[in-house]
Design a protein around this ligand. Structure first.
Ligand code: FES
Length: 138
């Protein structure tokens, strides 16, 4: 079997799908090669991510990784969310096929893009904190 049960679960029954109307940070990232797009909405209170929702127009692995990413950052501090790597998302999903690893990078970068927007809205330069947002290279 190519996909783990967890991937299938998060693909068939994704958590936190949707938008947050009064989001404090909105991120968007795409992958030019496959054309997939991920949007991430965060609600942030006192440095804590109190809510996270996403909309992914993309492959099953992109849906599963964005679902898992929102689960992993909800209730966490911004600092913890900034430490979220695509590897951690893949591990939480019990792995992904090698050709689908780039989909998890999309999830990692969508979170960072939303945090970047959050800092920009606060009048803070996000670059030294969040770093460059980059498209998956593969
Ligand atoms: Fe594009 Fe998965 S194939 S994100």
């Amino acid at each position: 079997m190519m996909y783990s049960e967890k991937v299938m679960d998060h693909f068939s029954n994704p958590r936190n799908v949707g938008e947050i109307e009064d989001a404090d940070g909105i991120g968007e990232i795409g992958n030019a090669k496959c054309g997939d797009i991920m949007k991430m909405y965060l609600k942030i209170n006192n440095g804590i991510i109190t809510d996270a929702k996403f909309k992914t127009f993309g492959c099953g692995a992109a849906v599963a990784t964005s679902s898992m990413a929102t689960e992993l950052i909800k209730g966490k501090s911004i600092d913890d969310a900034l430490k979220l790597t695509n590897d951690a998302v893949v591990e939480a999903l019990d792995g992904l096929p090698a050709v689908k690893i780039h989909c998890s990078v999309l999830a990692e970068q969508a979170v960072r893009s939303a945090l970047s927007d959050y800092y920009t809205r606060q009048g803070i330069d996000p670059l030294p904190i969040v770093g460059e947002i980059h498209e998956p290279e593969e």
